[in-house]
Design a protein around this ligand. Structure first.
Ligand code: ZN
Length: 285
């Protein structure tokens, strides 16, 4: 670890040889993505981007779970941040806030010039899934599970639609409609995950993969990434994201969604929201 690494509060950043590791560090909140965490992940990527010693970035997480998604407590309910609530009070404000904090930040990781590897254990949910899947490679622990269970709460996936690209068309529809989690082995079989390793070996496996990739001359590694991503661009990946984000915001602002949001005001945690959904307390439409 470099001694002059800046101290973030919700993220740990360290450089060891050619590999920078960015660690989500809110394990008591299942690494829910607060605005601070999103800002700090972005700042850590800036450090990795400008450090010539860094050739590969590993994005991992502390604790049992990789990431439970956006920190809803900041957005709705008694502990919500008034400034965020105010900005999200209109369709225009909600669009601008999600574009700035969710879309642009994730697209930046997708287009980050150096190879990126997500190392995922436990639950990887909704926006946490988006964060993992905008990385180039995903190494999963055998206890990892992937889910985007927001459709019954009116959500049209999250802000970027990764599933058709990473799961295939049929699996993507099933995954989004049912909200059922995909285990690590199934995710690997579908192509969403590169390799599955025992939980105890996750950090070493991600590290070993990163060190292998770090042997590639940086310019070559960057061009390989860019060229593979360009293939997706010819298939319309970014254009489909723009379409999806507009549609995502239509479903954010339907009467159903706004009514459900009002119903959720008293619920503090993602777990409570999901449990209410599963009990059928949330409107079914
Ligand atoms: Zn959204």
């Amino acid at each position: 670890m470099s001694d002059d690494a800046p101290q973030f509060e919700t993220v740990r950043y360290r450089v060891d040889g050619a590999v920078a590791t960015i660690t989500l560090a809110r394990p008591d909140k299942a690494n829910a993505m607060s605005m601070q965490l999103i800002d700090e992940v972005d700042a850590a990527f800036s450090l990795a981007g400008t450090d010539p010693a860094v050739r590969v970035v590993v994005l991992d997480a502390e604790g049992r779970n990789f990431c439970s998604g956006h920190d809803l407590a900041e957005l709705v309910g008694p502990d919500a941040d008034p400034a965020i609530v105010a900005e999200r009070a209109t369709a225009e404000g909600k669009f601008a806030q999600e574009k700035r904090m969710y879309v642009d930040r994730c697209v930046r990781i997708y287009e980050f010039p150096k190879p990126t590897i997500a190392a995922v254990q436990g639950r990887c949910i909704a926006a946490g899934l988006m964060l993992a899947l905008v990385c180039d490679l995903v190494v999963a622990a055998d206890d990892a599970s992937f889910a985007n269970p927001v459709a019954r709460m009116s959500g049209m996936g999250v802000e970027l639609l990764l599933e058709p690209w990473d799961l295939g068309i049929r699996k993507a529809k099933e995954f989004l409609w049912t909200g059922e989690p995909l285990g690590a082995a199934d995710a690997a079989a579908a192509g969403m995950v590169n390799r599955v390793v025992p939980r105890a070996e996750l950090a070493d496996a991600a590290r070993a993969l990163a060190e292998t990739i770090a042997l590639v001359p940086p310019v070559t590694a960057e061009r390989i990434k860019d060229s593979v991503n360009h293939t997706y661009e010819l298939m319309g990946k970014r254009q489909s994201w723009q379409y999806h984000f507009m549609a995502h915001h239509f479903t954010h602002n339907t009467a159903t969604a706004l009514g459900m949001l009002a119903d959720r005001q008293g619920m503090g945690s993602m777990r409570e929201v999901f449990e209410a959904r599963d009990r059928g307390d949330a409107p079914a439409s």
